[in-house]
Design a protein around this ligand. Structure first.
Ligand code: OGA
Ligand code: MN
Length: 287
């Protein structure tokens, strides 16, 4: 029997009583899926799983993305977030893998730069630092519901260009290679996603949001910044303080998230992500 424990007044819950080293029953999975739909972020504590077990559990939620070129884990179903090399030695802060991890400190939705953006991400804490390295989440559904009318109006029917090269250029202008640029060209996304009458709407923005269609670059970015400033108020945020073997699942269409700093030149952090591919575009096919 599993139970669901609320972690924040607006969203995020812990699933208590699950053991992923055993098969998950259909009825338990149904409970988890329902909780996921409503809570957007689920925490499973103390899951000592390996990569294959993580893939198996992730695949119950849908097909997994294959990791893009230029990211550790490219070509596989895993994204490896680590500040260590293969021998477990901490790498210099100028290494591409560390710079890529640093980009995660900007609020974002995973894979919003893909034409069919990710539905969910699952992140497993394998090695965590003694201090810092938390992950923060914002409920973009709660944000939309609380948005002042003028901002709701401004966001309505807007199309946003999401661009991986744009978000990475904020970290280092040379971080993205030509090969990566070619693999993930800019895409169009709705600024507002409608999840139906029960769940309402969410703002769909984050670090990859580069421009607003039909607006000048500065004007579009000012609107994105204003919406993100409203969204990232502490009252909409859940901060996850990691314990070893925590496993998190989040809904990339309903939350944005970011990593927080830690002493990455002395401490070690290793997280393994699987990404559940999306099956609905954010823009209606006719749009
Ligand atoms: C991710 C991510 C944040 C973190 O895995 O997609 O953004 O704290 N991680 O590592
Ligand atoms: Mn991420």
């Amino acid at each position: 029997m599993i139970t669901i424990k609320q972690l924040h007044p607006l969203f995020a819950a812990e699933v208590v009583g699950l053991d992923l080293s055993r098969a998950v029953s259909d009825s338990d999975f149904q409970t988890i899926e329902d909780a996921f739909r409503h809570q957007s972020v689920l925490v499973f504590r103390n899951q000592q799983i390996d990569d294959d077990q993580q893939i198996t559990f992730s695949e119950r939620f849908g097909e997994l993305e294959t990791t893009k070129v230029g990211t550790v884990g490219a070509g596989s179903k895993l994204v490896i977030l680590s500040n260590m090399n293969e021998d477990g030695v901490v790498v210099p802060p100028t290494d591409k893998q560390v710079l890529n991890n640093r980009a995660n400190r900007l609020w974002h939705a995973d894979s919003s730069f893909k034409a069919m953006p990710a539905k969910a991400s699952m992140l497993s804490a394998r090695v965590i630092p003694s201090k810092g390295g938390d992950t923060e989440f914002i409920s973009m559904r709660a944000v939309y519901a609380a948005l002042p009318e003028d901002l709701k109006k401004a966001a309505e029917n807007k199309v946003v260009i999401h661009d991986y090269a744009y978000s990475r250029s904020k970290i280092d202008p040379n971080l993205v290679t030509d090969e990566e640029r070619a693999a993930v060209p800019p895409v169009r996304q709705a600024m507002v996603i409608d999840h139906g009458p029960e769940l309402g709407k969410s703002l769909y923005l984050g670090a990859h949001a580069a421009r607003v269609e039909g607006m000048g670059e500065a004007e579009g970015r000012a609107l994105i910044d204003e919406l993100m400033a409203f969204a990232t108020q502490p009252r909409f945020a859940y901060t996850h303080k990691w314990q070893p073997h925590d496993l998190l699942l989040w809904d990339n269409r309903s939350v944005v998230h970011r990593a927080t700093p830690f002493e990455s030149s002395t401490e070690k952090r290793l997280m393994v992500r699987t990404t559940i591919a999306g099956d609905v575009p954010t823009l209606a096919a006719a749009a």
